[in-house]
Design a protein around this ligand. Structure first.
Ligand SMILES: [Zn+2]
Length: 106
């Protein structure tokens, strides 16, 4: 799996660890082609990003279908493919929140 060039990735501090668990390590809204990721997550970032990319690419899929496909994609990738995916994603990532006027353009 490739990280699509049309998806925007922002690295932001959205993890909520005040209750001792991760409330949210990413944020995604229907119709949006923007993914938010908090790199402090203890979860696998490649897997998280695959999950969010699938949401963007298949907005009508159910969460269970997304989860199933995430596992399938992730497990089919070796360490090298996962490395390439991560570099592709991070080379396009911006640090911080998008400018306000950007938000409605998704
Ligand atoms: Zn999901």
């Amino acid at each position: 799996m490739k990280f699509p060039p049309t998806i925007r990735l922002f690295l932001v501090p959205i993890l909520n660890s005040c209750k001792g668990y991760e409330l949210s390590s990413y944020s995604w809204q229907p119709g949006s082609r923007t993914i938010f990721l908090d790199i402090r997550t203890r979860r696998n970032m490649v897997r998280l990003l695959i999950h969010e990319v699938l949401h963007v690419q298949h907005p009508k899929w159910s969460e269970s279908k997304i989860l199933k496909e995430t596992s399938k994609q992730f497990m089919s990738m070796g360490w090298r493919a996962r490395s390439v995916f991560l570099i592709e994603a991070m080379s396009r990532a911006k640090i911080g929140w998008p400018p306000k006027e950007d938000k409605k353009n998704g």
